[in-house]
Design a protein around this ligand. Structure first.
Ligand code: NDP
Ligand code: 8X3
Length: 250
């Protein structure tokens, strides 16, 4: 049975992906900060597969490396790493942006992804086998007003995705990116610091993507034959053509 390690498995895309992979032949290493969500995931999957959960903040370098290095031996052979943990914090012009929000986004979305990858890669390299799927964003392809630092963090993910693919070529490790448009998760609740009304407005008047749509694409990419790497996929709601171009019912 293959082993998938999913960061940000406590919510949204990560949670849906853990459930889909866990019911389609993978055992799951699930990571996130919220223990109760990890327990919930474990109990939902217990009749389907094994779940090993790890509670850490991806910003905490030592915790990331400890968690991966001290995995039980029979969990160390990670076949699939899904670098999904991430969020936007705030939506503000560059002149009004909050320095703490900027740091959090760069620390989680960029440095966290690097720490987890760096911790997992030695095991994949030793086996000359593995697949990393990075969750980027349409915000990594284009920018939009007030998106500045979040967009920069996702442009960094886009760059790292291509760079990783080049560096890991000799080790037979696949690297793929999924770049979603608007997906209805807890993403906007986090961006707007718990303001449910503002968050709901983002998804009103059109059919946003759901976390399960992204999970299906992840499963598809992960299960291509060994000689096929679906390297980069932009996935949008039908009602979205660009970051700020959404056809809404009035
Ligand atoms: P959610 O807010 O629903 O999920 C975010 C996940 O990231 C949670 O499981 C959260 O876990 C985890 N996370 C956040 N900060 C940390 C941290 N410091 N340490 C460890 N884990 C952390 O949002 P989505 O599911 O939508 O987001 C998943 C990914 O998809 C992100 O990278 C996001 O940028 C990307 N994306 C989202 C889009 C959208 O419209 N929703 C569109 C394009 C890309 P916990 O809080 O328990 O630690
Ligand atoms: C999340 C999508 O448009 O809010 O990456 O940046 S967006």
């Amino acid at each position: 049975m293959k082993t998938a390690f999913i960061t940000g498995a406590t919510s949204g895309i990560g949670y849906a992906t853990a459930k889909l992979l866990g019911t389609n032949g993978y055992r799951i290493i699930a990571a996130g900060r919220r223990a109760e969500r990890l327990n919930q995931l474990k109990s939902e999957l217990q009749s389907h597969t094994e779940v090993y959960s790890m509670q850490f903040d991806v910003r905490d370098k030592a915790s990331v490396f400890n968690a991966v290095n001290f995995l039980p031996d029979d969990w160390k052979n990670i076949d699939l790493l899904i670098n999904n943990a991430g969020n936007a914090h705030g939506l503000a012009s560059i002149q009004n942006g909050d320095l703490d929000d900027w740091e959090v986004m760069l620390d989680i979305n960029v440095k966290g992804l690097l720490y987890v990858s760096k911790a997992v890669l030695p095991h994949m390299i030793a086996r000359k086998s593995g697949h990393i799927i990075n969750i980027g964003s349409i915000a990594g392809r284009e920018v939009y007003p007030q998106g500045n630092v979040y967009c920069a963090s996702k442009h960094a993910v886009d760059a790292l995705n291509s760079a990783m693919r080049m560096d890991l070529l000799e080790h037979n490790i696949k690297v793929s990116q999924i770049a979603p448009g608007l997906v209805e998760t807890e993403f906007s609740l986090v961006r707007f610091k718990g303001d449910a009304e503002k968050s709901q407005k983002v998804y009103e008047g059109f059919d946003a993507l759901q976390a399960e749509d992204i999970a299906e694409l992840i499963l598809f990419i992960a299960t291509r034959p060994a000689h096929v790497n679906l390297a980069d996929a932009l996935i949008l709601p039908t009602a979205q053509a660009a970051s700020k171009m959404v056809r809404k019912e009035s």
